[in-house]
Design a binder for this molecule. Structure first.
Ligand code: PMP
Length: 429
């Protein structure tokens, strides 16, 4: 069935026509994906795209990795004893995550990253008896109320809409302090003013969701120091940064140790697994509080098929030079795009880390979300819309990051850079 007809059916059957991701992306509202493999996907009309969006990041090995799929098929559904026991796979996965991520002593498996951040904040509030959560502009931590969907800055709570229209309780927003990323001074001031009420600081070590900001070392260290002084819980949300960048997560890169760590996305190469790990005394609150298990049990936590996906993904990440490959391609893309935009005289700041890249049409530097507002959104979206004409998929939405995977090749990067030169000229002219 053709794409337009399927998209019409989707709009009638599903609110907004999509279940996940961005709704109504201009120019892509009819997109129906038929199949994805390696670095490519095909739409329902048979058009093939070289995919640098990668579903916001999970398929680090590439779509439909055969080793991961084989492990899932073998695990099947049969051993799902949820609610009464654990499987060997769950034990192995928890042990592997604890071995890899320096500060993790115990691991609770979930189905999504949102559940992991939800549990992190709940346990931080339980441990401290406090209610305030500090988060940072540009950081997204999931869809649940505790971190308030799309709270980007205090002036833009819930994307500029009032809490009631989004269904989020105003008191949840009032329990959230939103600070500028990379501002140690703002963090010190928040602790000076409210330290005794701050249950947790939650931070994406590299905010990837609205742009891609690199953390200053002093900033991450300040978070650690202030949390330690005030007895607040430091949560690194490594749903993206964990495993996509390093097998030990960003904490291994930065040397700054959080109390709790959330993981997801690349840990199972696209199968639905999340995890919360951390200090044993905090994690044990899940089982030691009266009625504890009922507050975090999820029917599908530790499901055998997705646990097998995670174990197969981690095995491959350890055994093969995945990070070296994606880092090399990422570097080629960043320097190649810088050259392309420079040679055309288009002001651009190309940034990212490892497998993640993004080119803003602005002059640098970009330390905070407010800096990113200087990006020329029309140019950014126009450039990416033109890449689509070349069969190259980078999401045409302002500030969104892009990814390379182990399945991308040097020839794929060549294709991107060639198309970038044409698309940037057209978008700029
Ligand atoms: N934290 C971060 C940093 C994320 O990027 C996301 C998803 N984009 C989440 C949490 C939520 O994860 P999920 O979509 O699996 O619920």
């Amino acid at each position: 069935m053709n794409q337009r007809v399927l998209a019409e059916r989707a709009r009638r059957a599903i609110p907004g026509g999509v279940n996940s991701g961005q709704r109504n992306v201009p120019g892509l509202s009819d997109l129906v994906i038929a199949h994805a493999e390696g670095a490519r996907f095909r739409d329902a009309d048979g058009k093939e795209y070289l995919d640098f969006h990668a579903a916001f990041g999970p398929p680090l090995l590439g779509h439909n990795d055969p080793d991961v799929n084989a492990a899932v098929a073998e695990a099947g559904n049969g051993a799902d004893l949820c609610g009464v026991g654990v499987t060997e796979g769950e034990v192995e996965l928890a042990e592997t995550l604890a071995e890899l991520v320096p500060s993790v002593e115990r691991v609770l498996l979930t189905s999504t990253g949102s559940e992991a951040t939800f549990h992190a904040l709940r346990v931080a509030r339980a441990a401290t008896g406090r209610r305030l959560v500090v988060k940072f502009q540009g950081c997204y931590h999931g869809w649940h109320d505790s971190v308030s969907l799309n709270v980007i800055s205090s002036a833009e709570k819930v994307g500029g809409r009032d809490p009631i229209s989004t269904g989020i309780l105003p008191e949840v927003l009032e329990a959230t302090l939103v600070l500028p990323f990379n501002s140690s001074q703002a963090v010190r001031q928040a602790f000076a003013d409210h330290g005794a009420d701050i249950a947790a600081v939650i931070v994406e070590p590299v905010p990837h969701n609205v742009g891609c900001l690199l953390p200053e070392q002093e900033f991450l260290r300040t978070l650690r120091e202030e949390c330690t002084k005030a007895g607040s819980v430091l949560v690194f949300d490594e749903v993206i940064t964990g495993f996509r960048h390093h097998l030990g997560g960003w904490q291994a890169i930065s040397g700054v140790t959080p109390d709790l760590t959330t993981m997801g996305k690349a840990i199972a190469n696209g199968y639905p697994v999340g995890a919360l790990g951390g200090r044993a005394d905090l994690m044990d609150l899940f089982s030691s509080r009266p009625g504890g298990p009922a507050f975090f049990a999820g029917t599908y936590n530790g499901h055998p098929a997705v646990v097998a996906a995670a174990l197969a993904t981690l095995r491959k990440l350890r055994a093969e030079p995945v990070h070296a490959h994606v880092f090399a391609l990422g570097e080629r893309i960043r320097s190649g795009l810088t050259e392309v935009f420079d040679s055309l005289g288009i002001p651009a700041l190309v940034t990212g880390y490892g497998s993640v890249f993004v080119g803003y049409f602005m002059t640098g530097p970009a330390r905070t979300y407010d800096d990113l507002l200087r990006n020329d959104a029309n140019m950014f979206i126009g450039y990416r819309r033109r890449l689509l004409d070349h069969g190259i998929f980078e999401l045409p939405l302002n500030l969104k990051r892009s990814h390379v995977s182990y399945a991308h090749t040097d020839a794929d990067v060549d294709r991107l850079l060639e198309a970038a030169a044409v698309a940037a000229r057209q978008a700029g002219g």
